[in-house]
Write a protein that binds this ligand. Structure first.
Ligand code: GDP
Length: 281
């Protein structure tokens, strides 16, 4: 992911998504189940406006299942359809198509009432911030590898539809929107989960955030992973303890804080600390 979101890019991304919206019946808004709020685009409600929408909490396989359930209930309380999915394995994908069909039923019944005998398939667009799994989901729905994983911003080509069974057609290029950068904590969460590049924020700062979060919300997993008898209050001490335990040392045997930061973030992203959720109700 190499996109730099300057105001011009944001305006262009918004324009492109708005154009695509004209072609479709329903939006699948992909978010990261570990950070279902922080991984939403700040203008998504304004951009999507009146189109029917389903929120897909993707990478649910990596998120804390209890917290994911709370988020689904949270969205349901606001009459927003939200479904936990895993685009890699396909879990939840059938439910997503079923819910979309149900949501569009009134629209298609109207078409039938107007005398259209065989209504066309539902047309859908997948939108989301980079790295949230849009291409993976498109590939999964298409059943073969047609969508390129990774992003190619600025590359426009003719719109193509991917047929998903008889009932659904998907635009082959997703709508790519930017994440919320203004809020520092959101930035740390995006970086911790790997949604934004490690060079955007200071790696040690991100690891400080992540370790503080784990100390509060997942202390036992932190202790177990790094064989800590207890978790020190002092964050530098925690870096030292982990660094010594895991051999993250520089010349002279002093702890190398960059190495500790890299180790901790890699462990989080590869689920060495189990399934974690960083946005909490
Ligand atoms: P895009 O930028 O939104 O198109 O995201 P990609 O489809 O390229 O996915 C970004 C990364 O997330 C890739 O490494 C995918 O393999 C991974 N990924 C996508 N969906 C899932 C999922 O449901 N679970 C897990 N564990 N990884 C996923």
């Amino acid at each position: 992911m190499t996109i730099q979101w300057f105001p011009g890019h944001m305006a262009k991304a918004k324009r492109e998504v708005t154009e695509k919206l004209k072609l479709i019946d329903i939006v699948f808004e992909l978010v990261d189940a570990r950070i279902p709020i922080s991984s939403r685009n700040p203008l998504i409600d304004e951009i999507v406006a009146n189109k029917p929408r389903i929120i897909l909490l993707n990478k649910a396989d990596m998120a804390d299942p209890d917290v994911t359930k709370q988020w689904i209930d949270f969205f349901a309380a606001q009459q927003i359809d939200a479904i936990a999915i895993d685009s890699q394995s396909g879990t939840g994908v059938k439910q997503m198509v079923a819910v979309a069909k149900e949501k569009l039923r009134p629209k298609f019944e109207k078409m039938i009432a107007k005398g259209i005998k065989r209504p066309r398939a539902m047309r859908a667009l997948i939108v989301g911030i980079p790295n949230v799994g849009k291409s993976t989901l498109i590939n999964r729905l298409a059943g073969k590898h047609i969508a390129k994983t990774g992003d190619t911003p600025g590359v426009t080509k003719a719109q193509q539809w991917i047929k998903v069974g008889k009932e659904l057609e998907l635009l082959d290029t997703p709508g790519i929107l930017w994440p919320k950068f203004e809020d520092e904590e959101v930035g740390y969460k995006l970086a911790t989960t790997g949604a934004i590049k490690d060079t955007i924020l200071n790696l040690q700062d991100v690891a400080v955030y992540a370790l503080r979060f784990l100390s509060t919300h997942y202390p036992d997993r932190l202790k177990e992973r790094y064989a800590l008898a207890d978790i020190p209050e002092d964050i530098v001490q925690l870096f030292d303890d982990i660094g010594k335990k895991r051999g993250c040392l520089a010349a002279g045997g002093v702890v190398d804080y960059d190495k500790v930061a890299e180790l901790v973030l890699r462990d989080i992203r590869t689920e060495k600390l189990g399934r974690l959720s960083f946005d909490r109700l």
